[in-house]
Every structure is written in C-alpha cells, then in structure tokens.
Design a protein around this ligand. Structure first.
Ligand SMILES: Nc1ncnc2c1ncn2[C@@H]1O[C@H](COP(=O)(O)OP(=O)(O)O)[C@@H](O)[C@H]1O
Ligand SMILES: [Mg+2]
Length: 231
C-alpha cells in the first residue's frame, strides 16, 4: 500500500475514533449520564472502550511507521553515550517490570558511544523491553537480561527473556508488518504487530541491524548491532 494511502486511512480512522470517544465520554458523564441510568450496559461499554484503545494504538503505530518511512531524515546526528542512556532506561524499566514479578538484570559496558537520535533510540529500546515483559509475564521463570558490550568497531546490545518464545516457523516473519505468532495471539494479547517493524526501521536509520534468536517456550533474544565511534 502507498504511504500516502496509509496516512489518509489512518487519519480518517483517527478522526472517527475521536468522535466515538467523545460520545462515550458524554454517555458516562455524571449522575445524569446515560450509563448511570443503564447500569447493565456498563460491561459492554468497558469492552467498547478497550477496543477503542486497541484501535487507537494500532492507528498510532501505523502513523508512526508512515512518518518514519516517508521521512528520509538521517538519524545518526547526535553523539550518544549508549552506556549511560541504556543504564537510565533499564533502571526505569526495572521498576515497572517488578510489578509483573519480573527480575531484570543487566551487564552494561561503560563508554560505548554511537551516533544517533536519542528519542528514537529510546523508543526502539522501550519497544523491545515492553515485548520482553509482555511475552514473559505469564512464564514460570520471569527474567529479562540486558547486555551491552563493544568489540573493535561495533556496539552489541541484547535483550533476552525467558518467556513464551517464538515458534521456529514464525522467526523469519517477525519483522513483517502485522505479523503475530500464534502463541502470542493465543496468550490473548491484543496488539498491532507493528512494533518490531517500527523498531527495525529505526535501527536501520542508525545503520544498525536488529536480529532475533528464539526457542519456543524458552524465550527470545533480540540483538542490536550498531557501528560505534572509536575514540
Ligand atoms: N520477546 C518476545 N517473545 C516472544 N514473542 C515475541 C517477542 N517479541 C516479539 N514477539 C513476537 O513478534 C510479534 C511481533 O511483535 P511486535 O511487532 O512488537 O507486535 P506486537 O507486540 O504488537 O504483537 C509478536 O506478536 C510476537 O508474536
Ligand atoms: Mg510490540
């Protein structure tokens, strides 16, 4: 599909949804609201609100991808201390992951510097971390391990989890638009299937590669390899 078509469709859906959300807000509003007079409908409205949230997130992801793909902007503009950024992000992530009973460990080498765009880089890392949490929170062992090391001219960052893993036959497809493995769908997690496409697009705009290895029921490891600045 053309990027322009995608943008038109998602803009249209976004506007329609905003109108729906407004209607639900009005229906819920105050003691005089429709829902207070029709309590039995509240379950259905909660479902409706959830599906509005899902669709909104889907549209948000689609718009984000469209923007990234239509923009030739190069993202290797700022000198980034990846060690410091990653350490901060992992500390922040570990606090929220602890609520899902997750153990987060890390081994982050210091002084690893790359060229990049900090907000986009954080978005990419948070997307991988949130997948790791989402697909591990129902596993018996809930552990996420983050490592960063540097070889001669590359920075290698990996995020491993002990979650549901990815079936062998799905591995070649996880970076395709809308692809979701059957085990992720069966786990009842409703998402867009665009997160990894966005992540890979951001990685490529940093001249980085994003790869995955996984064994179903054992976990997954996503690895980012960046060219790094050698001082
Ligand atoms: N850490 C992970 N463990 C197991 N499966 C994963 C993991 N990360 C991604 N996947 C699989 O890749 C698919 C695509 O991921 P993504 O594009 O982020 O979509 P979403 O999170 O919206 O489902 C997921 O639906 C899931 O099947
Ligand atoms: Mg995701």
């Amino acid at each position: 599909m053309l990027v322009e078509d995608e943008k038109k469709i998602s803009d249209f859906l976004k506007k329609s949804l905003e109108a729906e959300c407004f209607a639900v807000d009005v229906a819920e509003d105050g003691e005089e609201g429709f829902l207070h007079a029709h309590a039995p409908h509240q379950d259905k409205i909660a479902l409706f609100e959830k599906s509005i949230d899902d669709i909104s997130r889907f549209i948000y992801d689609l718009l984000k991808l469209t923007e990234l793909e239509s923009n030739n902007e190069h993202l290797r503009t700022d000198r980034i201390d990846l060690s410091t950024e990653l350490t901060g992000l992992v500390e922040y992530f570990a606090i929220s992951a602890a609520h899902s009973g997750m153990t987060v460990t890390s081994d982050i080498a210091s002084g690893v510097t790359i060229l990049g765009n900090t907000p986009k880089l954080k978005e990419l890392l948070l997307s991988l971390l949130s997948n790791a949490e989402k697909y591990t929170k129902k596993a018996a062992e809930k552990r996420i391990t983050i490592t960063l090391h540097k070889d001669a001219d590359h920075a290698v960052l990996s995020i491993s989890d002990t979650g549901i893993g990815i079936p062998q036959e799905d591995l070649p497809h996880v970076f395709e638009r809308f692809h979701r493995s059957h085990n992720a769908k069966h786990a009842g997690m409703q998402r867009s299937g665009l997160g990894l496409v966005i992540a890979k697009t951001i990685a490529e705009k940093h001249n980085a590669t994003l790869t995955v290895t996984s064994t179903e029921h054992k976990g997954a490891t996503f690895t980012l390899t960046f060219p790094c600045i050698v001082d």
